[in-house]
Design a protein around this ligand. Structure first.
Ligand SMILES: Nc1ncnc2c1ncn2[C@@H]1O[C@H](COP(=O)(O)OP(=O)(O)OP(=O)(O)O)[C@@H](O)[C@H]1O
Length: 386
């Protein structure tokens, strides 16, 4: 066979296999939701696949289905958030990802290896590909920062010289230079979580699992830890899965989100798509919480509106970026815009929030401007002002 033909055959076989896998996955109900929402990029390599995962706990008198038939595919390099109220099954789900909990049914595949039935020794080895951080940090209190970070490298039996070098790299990566000889009791919550992150990254994992990693931190420290997660996601192309009950965490860092209720994933998709068109009532509740916290209004009594002016609010969900839209509108139409108030948060893709404007110009040009803004999928409301 000519080499060219062989290459074509191989490519054909690969794409048939990929198509078959894709079709099989689309049959899963949860994945058909993904396809409808149109975010899933099949060219990306999937790092985590859960198929038909359930976990049932049996106690003396009760049986609890903590996770119920979950199917999930997470692509490489994504920050994937799972949100739900207390008891929804989030912690159980994240512990199923590294098989700290053994599923009652279903399979867990991480980086191409099915973990569910691996013998203990191999599972331990595969787990080195999965780092984990926790709400209460789980540090070793009798060890310094440096010694805590070194611990997983000692377990992996890395030679002393390599270990030392790696620990120093990690101290810099998480911003703990100057604190390396402190004990955990001498650190703030944020610094403790930085140690947790460095320790979780020590063996160069493919995936980082975050179990309510910012829930014990104040808002400012939460932000700095979330910034660190974004930074390492970008620098290392690390796939991050986080569970949270706080929508602003999803808003700030996640590319994709799954909403969990009663052990099941009830909705999932790209964050900006889910924010734009939440389908299930629980998802609507979470999105509403966010808009309520963002949605302070201007002090209307202090605002004067003259003849030929209109007050307008724009609601952004996802693209486009508000700055470029404002510039674009000013260039296109003979109108004046004064921004009165705004509360816009950046998503990983696009923005989310509201801007309040005063528009001045002829009725015709104002209408043209508003139609143009609407055509950009930005919600426009003209505010009646006494
Ligand atoms: N080891 C266990 N034995 C029995 N029931 C359990 C066990 N672990 C969890 N559950 C039950 O499973 C359900 C899901 O719990 P899980 O901790 O996964 O939820 P969660 O969404 O993480 O909640 P939270 O945010 O409060 O931790 C709950 O009803 C819980 O009581």
């Amino acid at each position: 066979m000519k080499p060219g033909n062989r290459k074509l055959m191989l490519e054909g076989a690969k794409s048939c296999k990929a198509r078959a896998l894709r079709d099989e996955m689309i049959e899963d109900t949860s994945l058909s939701v993904i396809r409808q929402k149109g975010f899933f990029d099949w060219r990306k390599h999937s790092v985590i696949t859960l198929k038909g995962i359930s976990k049932t706990y049996k106690t003396k008198n009760t049986t609890v289905k903590a996770v119920d038939q979950v199917n999930l595919t997470i692509a490489e390099g994504q920050i994937y958030g799972v949100i739900g109220y207390s008891g929804a099954g989030k912690s159980t789900l994240i512990r199923l990802l590294n098989v700290l909990e053994k599923p009652t049914t279903g399979t867990v595949v991480v980086d191409g290896t099915e973990l569910t039935n691996l013998p203990k020794k191999e599972l331990r080895k595969e787990r080195q590909k999965i780092g984990m951080i926790f709400q209460h940090f789980n540090l070793l209190w009798s060890r310094t920062v440096r010694e805590n970070i070194s611990f997983p490298l000692e377990v992996a039996k890395l030679p002393a010289q390599d270990r030392k070098k790696r620990v120093e790299e990690l101290i810099d990566l998480v911003g703990l230079r100057g604190r390396e000889d402190n004990y955990p009791s001498q650190l703030s919550g944020g610094q403790k979580q930085r140690v947790g992150i460095a320790r979780a990254l020590a063996n160069n994992p493919k995936v980082l699992l975050c179990d309510e990693a910012t829930s014990a931190l104040d808002p400012k420290t939460t932000n700095s830890i979330l910034d660190l997660l974004i930074d390492i996601n970008q620098k290392l192309n690390l796939t991050i899965v986080l569970i949270t009950h706080e929508m602003h965490v999803i808003q700030k860092v996640c590319h994709e989100v799954a909403v969990m209720d009663n052990g099941q994933i009830v909705e999932q998709g790209a964050v900006h798509e889910v924010f734009r068109r939440p389908e299930k009532s629980m998802t609507k509740e979470f999105v509403k919480q966010l808009s309520q916290s963002n949605d302070e209004e201007p002090l209307w009594d202090e605002i004067k509106v003259n003849e030929g002016e209109k007050l307008v609010s724009l609601t952004f969900v996802g693209n486009p970026a508000e700055e470029s839209l404002v510039t674009d509108v000013i260039r296109r139409f003979p109108i004046d815009i004064s921004i009165l108030h705004g509360n816009i948060a950046k998503l990983q893709q696009g923005s989310y929030g509201k801007l309040y404007f005063r528009l001045a110009g002829s009725d015709f040009h104002i209408e043209q401007t508003l139609d143009y803004i609407r055509s950009k999928e930005v919600e426009v409301e003209v505010i009646e002002h006494a």
